[in-house]
Design a protein around this ligand. Structure first.
Ligand code: PTJ
Length: 250
């Protein structure tokens, strides 16, 4: 058993999240590399003040609008996302009508099955990814594997905590690619159509709220879609980081 973290610790939530991921690694749900990815994410979250900045909310609203307007939307889930936000994924699926697919960078059949089981345990039906029948063109290796019914056939894909290479390959397929990545400089953020720079749990909570607010309101949906401009949005995020660093020196 890991040592119990006292609730009085000022970084209690962050420490509990770390413990959760370490334990999930030991149980074979999260890849060990997922811990490195989490550490990188935490750094950027510090720099952003550990909150959903206005640019993130703007991108999240646009993303929810795209998910609602999609002919077929798919949400890609990896080890980190399943452990941090399985329940939120379920709520977003219900709010948008998207499908979910387990899609791993460090793919093993065992881990795909465990993650699918975790998603199913939240009440999600039809978790895709356990029987891939297609491959993302231009990617070597098992990380290209996906399902026709899910990511391969979707016109809009949500890819939280994605590798840049795969984000680029999905964009090349002509899909609307929505990333969630705390690093505004990552290749994933650069390659996505909509780049959400926010912590994944907060981002999904906000997206559920926006989807519920926008549902059945085509004018508002269109407004959210056209009101987003990625370059301007990412520049705003970087400016905010810069300003936070400057004020922390005072
Ligand atoms: O489960 P697998 O095998 O599919 O592997 C998943 C990881 C995340 C290990 C894999 O996709 C990977 O190596 O990703 P990268 O290339 O390290 O990118 C992950 C990105 O997510 C980094 O840019 C981090 O800043 C960001 N990130 C990490 N934790 C969070 C995050 N963004 C939002 N919320 C987080 N909690």
């Amino acid at each position: 058993m890991p040592p119990k973290i006292p609730e009085s610790h000022p970084r209690y939530r962050s420490l509990v999240t770390r413990e959760k991921l370490v334990q999930a690694c030991e149980e074979g749900l999260v890849a060990w590399e997922g811990l490195l990815a989490h550490g990188r994410g935490e750094t950027f979250d510090y720099l952003l003040g550990e909150r959903s900045v206005p640019e993130a909310l703007h991108a999240e609203k646009a993303a929810s609008a795209h998910l609602l307007m999609a002919e077929k939307a798919a949400i890609s889930v990896n080890g980190n996302v399943a452990v941090l936000a399985a329940e939120r994924i379920r709520r977003l699926l219900e709010a948008t009508g998207a499908v979910v697919e387990v899609n791993l960078f460090h793919r093993t059949e065992e881990r795909v099955r465990r993650i699918a089981d975790l998603l199913t345990s939240t009440g999600i039906r039809n978790v895709l990814g356990t029987h891939p029948d297609a491959a993302i063109p231009g990617l070597e290796h098992d990380r290209a594997l996906c399902s026709k019914e899910g990511i391969f056939g979707a016109d809009v894909v949500l890819i939280p905590l994605e590798d840049g290479d795969r984000a680029e390959a999905l964009a090349r397929m002509g899909k609307v690619v929505i990333s969630v990545d705390l690093n505004p400089l990552s290749r994933t953020s650069r390659e996505a159509t909509i780049a959400i720079v926010d912590e994944v749990s907060r981002a999904l909570d906000n997206m559920v709220e926006f989807a519920e607010e926008l549902k059945g309101r085509p004018e508002a949906i269109r407004g959210a879609m056209v009101g987003y401009e990625k370059g301007r949005n990412l520049a705003g995020v970087l400016k905010r980081i810069w300003e936070n660093l400057e004020t922390s020196q005072q």
